[in-house]
Design a protein around this ligand. Structure first.
Ligand code: CMC
Length: 387
């Protein structure tokens, strides 16, 4: 059918070599630089995992301290950038605002835009990892009409994020360690996932020589869709729509009906066909958070747990290898922490930033060509303009 291999959805085409993340979908394995995700979730933390993704090795104590303090150095955004928010409606979707303000970082950091200089690339990486939570919290504060909170460098990465989200200049509460740990885990479990749609988008944009802030903005746009990062938000919307345990069977039947486009959100994965190893850790964190908050009897959660049981025992889902994925549980945790549904994908984007930037850096520091997929043309053959 032509000169090119036809592989819609890139199901069997490797677009790159990469030494960052390994996935064995059938065995439910996810390794970052060789380290299993469950071990990182248990023994490491988000910033250490960021270092690992970027540099290829775990940091020693001194390297870790330097990295953490470098990230803290970059947490503030330029005061001028805070004016960008006023251009958005207060009810704008947070991901719409994130696409804009992260892309706008390109206009502020001219000193790190030389993509062929390794030091510049690392400075951009640090800036992005450090500023994403600040921008994410600003998006939220703007949406509810509260003043922006400046980052606090005496707090950990996750504590600082929750501080900027939920504290106000009138009242600064101490962040619960259980919730901070859960937040750190959510970031960590989303940190990288090899050549998913948003990472491939970052690589494709980066292959043109575009600057890293613009590339990450393109990744944010790709992540937004409900088949990718938007799934955690879609899970909560779906649970709300189900509304009552008595409606679950009806929704499961809809998901199985081939005439109906409805899918169970938070179920299935392109690569994991047995289980999602991130979901296992996330489920455990979910139990911890709900116990801490005394929310085991939350009605939405009850629907989620019953849905999980029914779907995982159903022939349709078993046959197709459809299991709850990471977003099924992360959505429930985020809701319990008090994060509004529209912010869920922003949190995914924040967590995924080191993965995007590590892939971008890996590509730019190696041999690469501009990404330029071909097509199988199905339109008209040449024809003459009438008259
Ligand atoms: N509910 C009902 N049926 C489903 C679902 C679902 N959630 N997911 C897949 N199927 C069916 C699909 O209809 C098809 O059936 P059949 O073989 O009879 O035609 C079969 O399972 C295979 O589906 P597919 O669309 O070919 O699978 P894919 O690998 O292209 O899609 C997916 C993967 C994640 C997009 C899909 O499972 C989905 O839409 N899930 C819901 C959205 C979701 O939770 N996404 C988050 C993914 S994890 C976070 C991330 O990494 O971004």
């Amino acid at each position: 059918k032509g000169l090119f291999t036809y592989d819609p959805g890139f199901v069997s085409t490797a677009a790159t070599e990469s030494a960052i993340t390994y996935i064995d979908g059938a065995a439910g394995v996810l390794l970052h630089r060789g380290y299993p995700i469950d071990q990182l979730a248990e023994k490491s933390d988000y910033l250490e995992t960021c270092y690992l993704l970027l540099h290829g090795e775990l940091p020693d104590a001194e390297q870790k301290e330097t990295f953490v303090s470098t990230i803290k150095n970059h947490t503030m955004v330029h005061e001028q950038l805070s004016h960008f928010f006023n251009g958005f409606r207060r009810d704008a979707h947070p991901m719409a605002v994130m696409c804009g303000v992260v892309g706008a970082l390109s206009a502020f950091y001219h000193d790190s835009l030389d993509i062929h200089d390794e030091h510049s690339r690392m400075v951009s990486a640090h800036r992005l990892i450090a500023k994403m939570p600040t921008l994410a919290a600003m998006v939220y504060k703007y949406s509810i009409g509260q003043p922006f909170m400046y980052p606090r460098n005496d707090l950990s990465y996750a504590e600082n994020f929750l501080h900027m989200m939920f504290n106000t200049p009138c009242e600064e509460k101490k962040v619960s360690p259980v919730l901070a740990k859960a937040m750190d885990r959510i970031f960590l479990l989303h940190a990288d996932h090899e050549q998913n749609a948003s990472t491939s988008t970052v690589r494709l944009a980066g292959s043109t020589g575009a600057n890293p802030f613009a590339c990450i903005a393109s990744g944010i746009a790709a992540l937004w869709g409900p088949a990718h990062g938007g799934a955690n938000e879609a899970v909560l919307n779906m649970l709300n729509e189900i509304g009552d345990e008595s409606n679950i069977d009806k929704f499961v039947a809809k998901a199985k009906d081939k005439e109906d486009p409805f899918r169970l959100m938070g179920f299935g994965h392109r690569v994991y066909k047995n289980f999602d190893p991130r979901a296992k850790v996330m489920k455990q964190t979910c139990d911890e958070v709900l116990a801490e908050l005394g929310m085991e009897d939350d009605p939405l959660l009850k629907i989620a747990m019953k849905l999980e049981k029914i779907a995982t025992e159903d022939e349709y889902f078993i046959k197709r290898g459809l299991y709850p994925n990471v977003d099924f549980y992360s959505g429930i945790i985020l809701k319990a922490i008090g994060i509004p549904t529209e912010m869920f994908t922003v949190i995914f984007a924040t967590g995924r930033t080191p993965g995007w930037i590590a892939h971008w850096n890996e590509m730019i520091s190696g041999n690469y060509r501009i990404g330029r997929p071909r097509q199988l043309y199905t339109g008209y053959a040449k024809r003459d303009y009438p008259g």
